[in-house]
Every structure is written in structure tokens, then in C-alpha cells.
Design a protein around this ligand. Structure first.
Ligand code: G6P
Length: 617
């Protein structure tokens, strides 16, 4: 949801900023802009509508802009159309203050009105311009330095922000502030960087500071000084990023999405390795001590609410079936955007589990805060270390997917599944529903998932041929029951978000209560059948569709060959414990989405209108 970068040091800033923005484009890509300053000269601002390459062409890859200090932005429009006028950076009329912003200023209308009365004029429709002018207003009115002017502004604004700001009277310096929007600061000793996310600066440094909520910083070449809202200096530790720049490169794959689909076996292994240990008795056990999640804590849990958005919520639906079946703890899955506004009734002995790749999704973060405000214990399943959700949750179970760049999630989803199976098994053990031997057997079976995914990937050309043949379709429906229905939700989202083919996931038994009226000659219906207790039932529902002219694709487990009597085409995944079926069945569906989008010539890694990290509500 918008990407920001900043640089001050000894290199020409513009190419560094553009290279950083390239790695942040997944956060938004409807317009982009740079502000670069050459010494004491006036700052030059250049913006372009559309993807980053338009901006890059305009400034000759950055070479047309001279200066060692600058800020840049790639936008996902919230306030104001996606055009050059609304693109960042935004400047006060006299260019005293120039800034880029990620987030939303909720009370920008009231700030704009106040400033208009004071004589300020606005040249865009954005909320950002209100903040820029408010900083300028306080800076001049109280004749204070940048930190004090920003602090006064932060007290007045409501909403979320990561801001990088340049002041006319402070050449070579960048000021930053943050609340509920991600931001990291990197340094090499004689250069300083700021960015919305780590990949933007990994080519230059792996030493970063995490700036906290309602904190500010002053960046000079090689140095970062942090302040709280009172303007008092605060100390921050430097953290070393464990992964390297190659992890965020395509490495020969055509798109990040297909690269990340192939990284799933390794990502799952890494996530399991963090929590699954071999005991002296030769039995595998789960060790959640890294998360501080003891068996005593879990033994007492009366109910679980899973709160998440998008694919992470689809993991929640799988987890619901697995936890309820294994541990017999009631589980409710909540879309985070709904959770906090319906005044949820939470049992004091309940557990709220939030799931998020980025750890920054605004709705999920607010859901977490709602749970904490009610005094409920919270567990976060998160991929990004140091993210807001990771910092605020009581317990953090990290997934080890590494950096995920494609907007459509694949490997992070798969690792979230693994983390939730581990949680389910631990709960079941503490509730006395599984003994040590059964736990070990389940863990051994989980250990076979990476190899089985590899087998599916080796046959990816078959999915590719099918996807290419069906790429011109207008609609697709996914049906299944229980865990298969949860798999359908993710398969359907993968297809629609990257290929733009309209698709819906339906509980197989529910289709006939209305939606089946959409089936006509040739409508693609994908039936997912990995759960033996509902296999025959789903098959009957597929038959109902076939009778009405639908074209049936079956996705099932090896051995279920009777599907072929009903389906027009069938894909098989290897056998596994049925609780873990989503981990395998999702892979052909990820491939289906990917190859359909490729066949239609869509921008797979950056689908229209989307952003990977949604830091606005
Ligand atoms: C966005 C992304 C989805 C993702 C969702 C939740 O909508 O496009 O792929 O599932 O946010 O993101 P999170 O980072 O919280 O997992």
C-alpha cells in the first residue's frame, strides 16, 4: 500500500531510489515520483503516472537527476485519482517541506479547511498534502526545527503514516515518522536509507533499525537519530537482516509468483525446522518455546478466534477444520475487517490467533488490538520479523517463507498452513486427544509434504496446458466441502486476482441454492475432493453441474480414480493425512491461476488494483 524510499549519502540518489522503488512496486504501482536535491540547490520533483518504468524513462534511469539526497514513492491510490497531480512527493507551495507518505490521514479534510483559512492552497486531492502543509505551518509559526514541527503535526493527525520528509533549510537530511505503517532504516556507515520494506535496500545494506509507532528520526549520511513525541532522543539497536538480496530476485524465473510457488518445499521445511524437534526417545515433538507458547497456556484455551484477511483468512478456514477435528476446541474464523466493528464477544479463556504474511495489514492489526483491549491472549502467525503485528502480539509463531514479492501469496500461505497444523496438533496434545506417538506420526507425515509438493511441481506442464486452453473463459466456479471448501476459497482467489477471470468458491452442497443458475454450456466447474467423508457428496454435486452443461475439472487424491467417471479432466495430488490436504491441493490451483494469467498476458506479479501489504482499512 504505497512504497517509500529515501537516501542520503555519497552516491547519486536518484538511481538508488529507483532501484529501491523497483523492489517496492508490489506495494502499489499506479504512479511514482522522486524528489532529489543537489547540495543546497532547490529540490527537483519529478512524477509520472502509471508504473515505475514511466518515471524511470522520464529521468533516464535516474541519471537526469543530480543530487546525493532524495526521497521516492510508488503509489496505490486512496485519496484522489491515480494521476500525476496526485502522485507523491508532495510539496508545500514554497517547497519548504517536501514529503512522501504511505497510509491514510483520516482527518485530512479538517486539517485542509484549517490551513485554507490560513491562506494555504492545495494542488492535489490527496490527504498527504494536508500533512505536508501542516508541518510547514507549525515549522514557520513556532519557528522550530523539523523534529518539533513534525511532532506537533503528529499530535494533530489521525490515521496511519510512514512519512519521509525533506526541509529546504536542512540539505542532506531526511526526517521520518511512523505510525501503523511499516518503515525501516538502513545504514552502511556513510550512507543512510529509509524504506517501507527490507528488499528495497538489501542491495546496499543488511543493517537496519526498526522505527516504532509515533517515533521520528533524523537521517544524515551514515547516521540515524531517533526521537519520541516529546522530542527526546531514544536509543535503537541495529538489527542484521538474515536473508540476502538474491532471495528477493527472480533468479531466472519469469515471474516472482512462479519462483515462489517453487520455493514452497524449502519454505515449509524451514518453518517445520524451527518448531519440530526430535526427542531422545526418537519421537518428533513440537517446540513453541520461541513463541513463549507453553502447553500450560494452551491447555486452558476454551475457544479460538482466527482473525485475518485474504489468503491468510483462507488458512484460517483450513485451520478451523483441523483444530476442531484434532483438538475439539471451537474455532471461529473472522474476516479482520469485520471483526472489530461487530463488537466481538470473546471468552476470557479464549485465544485470538491472527495470521499475516506482512504483519502490517491494517485490519488484522486492529483486530489484534481489539483482542488485546479485551484482555484476550493473542498469538500471531507472521512472516515478517519486526513487523507491527509481530511486535504487538503476546506470542509470535514466525513462518520462514523468506521474502515474498509477488502480490498473490503462495509460499507464505503454505507456511501459514504449516504453522496452523502445528498449533492444532499442540492443542490436541495438551487436551489429551493425541498421545506422543500420534503427534510424532502426524509430524512425520507433515515432513513428507515438501517432497510431495515437489512431485506436483514436476508435472506442472499438465496444468499449464489446461490453463492455456481455458484462458479465454469468463467464469469459473470452485466447489468442495469441509477442508476442500477452504481449498476452493484460495484456489478461486488465486485465479481471479492474477488472471481477472471471474471466479467463485462455493460450498459444494450450497451451489444448488441459487448459484447453479449461472451454469451454462461450457461453464468451468472445479471440484476439489480430498476428504473421504464427503467425497461421494461432492461428486454428486459435480454431477448436477455436468447435467446442466458444465465442464468439470476434478482435483483429488491419487487413488480416487472414480472421479474420472464424472469429471472431464482430473488432476491428482499425492496421498497424505487428510488434515494436511490443503498443502498439496492448493499447488495445482496456484499453477492454474498463474498459467491462466500468463496465457492472457497479464502482469502476474503486479495485478491491477491490488497491493501486497494493505496498510489502510
Ligand atoms: C492483500 C494481499 C493478499 C493477502 C492479504 C493479507 O490483500 O493481496 O495476498 O492475503 O493482503 O495480507 P497479510 O500480509 O496480512 O497476509
Amino acid at each position: 500500500m504505497c512504497g517509500i524510499v529515501g537516501y542520503t549519502g555519497g552516491q547519486q540518489a536518484a538511481p538508488v531510489l529507483l532501484s529501491g522503488l523497483t523492489r517496492l512496486e508490489y506495494r502499489g504501482y499506479d504512479s511514482a515520483g522522486l524528489a532529489v536535491r543537489n547540495g543546497e540547490a532547490d529540490t527537483v520533483v519529478v512524477k509520472a503516472e502509471g508504473k515505475l518504468k514511466n518515471l524511470s524513462e522520464k529521468v533516464d534511469g535516474g541519471h537526469a537527476l543530480k543530487g546525493l539526497c532524495g526521497i521516492g514513492h510508488t503509489r496505490w491510490a486512496t485519496h484522489g485519482a491515480a494521476n500525476e497531480r496526485n502522485a507523491h512527493p508532495h510539496a508545500s507551495a514554497d517547497h519548504n517541506v517536501i514529503a512522501v507518505h504511505n497510509g491514510i490521514i483520516e482527518n485530512y479534510v479538517e486539517i485542509k479547511e484549517k490551513l485554507t483559512h490560513k491562506g494555504y492552497e492545495f494542488s492535489s486531492d490527496t490527504d498527504t498534502e494536508a500533512v505536508v502543509n501542516l508541518i510547514d505551518y507549525y515549522y514557520k509559526k513556532y519557528k522550530v526545527g523539523p523534529i518539533d514541527a513534525i511532532a506537533k503535526t503528529l499530535v494533530r493527525v489521525r490515521g496511519s503514516y510512514a512519512l519521509a520528509i525533506m526541509f529546504k533549510e536542512y540539505p542532506g537530511e531526511i526526517y521520518v515518522a511512523r505510525k501503523d505503517s511499516p518503515m525501516i532504516i538502513g545504514t552502511t556507515g556513510d550512507e543512510t536509507f529509509v524504506a517501507s520494506d527490507v528488499p528495497a535496500i538489501l542491495n546496499y545494506t543488511r543493517q537496519v533499525y526498526y522505527i516504532g509507532n509515533l517515533e521520528m528520526a533524523r537521517l544524515t549520511p551514515g547516521h540515524a537519530e531517533f526521537y519520541d513525541l516529546n522530542g527526546d532522543i531514544i536509543e535503537k539497536p541495529l538489527t542484521k537482516i538474515e536473508w540476502n538480496a538474491e532471495a528477493a530476485e527472480k533468479q531466472g524465473y519469469e515471474h516472482f509468483m512462479i519462483k515462489e510457488i517453487h520455493e514452497q518445499p524449502k519454505a515449509i521445511e524451514d518453518t517445520m525446522k524451527a518448531y519440530v524437534k526430535m526427542g531422545d526417545d526418537g519421537l518428533s515433538t513440537i517446540d513453541f518455546s520461541e513463541a513463549g507458547l507453553t502447553k500450560e497456556i494452551l491447555a486452558d484455551v476454551s475457544q479460538i478466534h482466527i482473525v485475518a484477511c485474504g489468503s491468510a483468512s483462507h488458512v484460517g478456514y483450513v485451520a478451523q477444520y483441523v483444530i476442531e477435528d484434532l483438538a475439539r476446541i471451537p474455532v471461529r474464523v473472522e474476516m479482520a475487517s469485520e471483526f472489530r466493528y461487530r463488537k466481538p464477544i470473546l471468552d476470557p479463556k479464549g485465544l485470538v490467533v491472527v495470521i499475516s504474511q506482512s504483519g502490517e495489514t491494517a485490519d488484522t492489526l486492529e483486530g489484534l488490538r481489539e483482542a488485546k483491549a479485551q484482555g484476550i491472549r493473542t498469538v500471531a502467525i507472521v512472516n515478517v520479523k519486526g513487523s507491527s503485528i509481530a511486535r504487538e502480539a503476546d506470542h509470535v509463531v514466525y513462518t520462514y517463507a523468506g521474502p515474498e514479492i509477488a502480490v498473490a501469496t503462495t509460499k507464505a500461505y503454505s507456511c501459514q498452513l504449516i504453522a496452523s497444523y502445528l498449533l492444532a496438533i499442540t492443542c490436541a496434545e495438551t487436551k489429551g486427544r493425541l498421545d506422543a506417538g500420534q503427534v510424532s506420526d502426524l509430524l512425520m507425515e507433515m515432513g513428507t509434504i515438501p517432497g510431495k509438493i515437489q512431485t506436483i511441481l514436476e508435472d506442472k506442464e499438465r496444468v499449464q496446458r489446461f490453463a492455456t486452453g481455458f484462458a479465454a473463459m469468463h467464469d469459473a466456479f470452485f466447489i468442495g466441502r469441509s477442508i476442500d471448501y477452504a481449498i476452493c476459497m484460495e484456489g478461486s482467489l488465486k485465479l481471479k486476482e492474477v488472471s481477472y477471470i471471474h471466479s467463485e468458491a462455493y460450498a459444494a452442497g450450497e451451489l444448488k441454492h441459487g448459484t447453479i443458475s449461472l451454469v451454462e454450456e461450457g461453464t468451468l466447474m472445479i471440484g476439489v475432493l480430498t476428504q473421504s467423508n464427503v467425497y461421494e457428496k461432492t461428486l454428486s454435486n459435480m454431477q448436477e453441474v455436468k447435467s446442466r452443461g458444465g465442464f468439470l475439472m476434478g482435483l483429488t487424491t491419487a487413488g480416487n480414480y472414480t472421479v474420472e467417471d464424472t469429471a472431464d479432466v482430473t488432476f491428482y495430488v499425492p496421498k497424505t493425512d487428510e488434515h494436511f490436504a490443503a498443502s498439496l491441493a492448493v499447488v495445482p490451483l496456484q499453477l492454474l491461476g498463474y498459467y491462466s494469467a500468463v496465457a492472457r498476458g497479464e502482469d502476474v506479479d503486479k495485478p491491477r488494483n491490488l497491493a501486497k501489504s494493505v496498510t489502510v482499512e
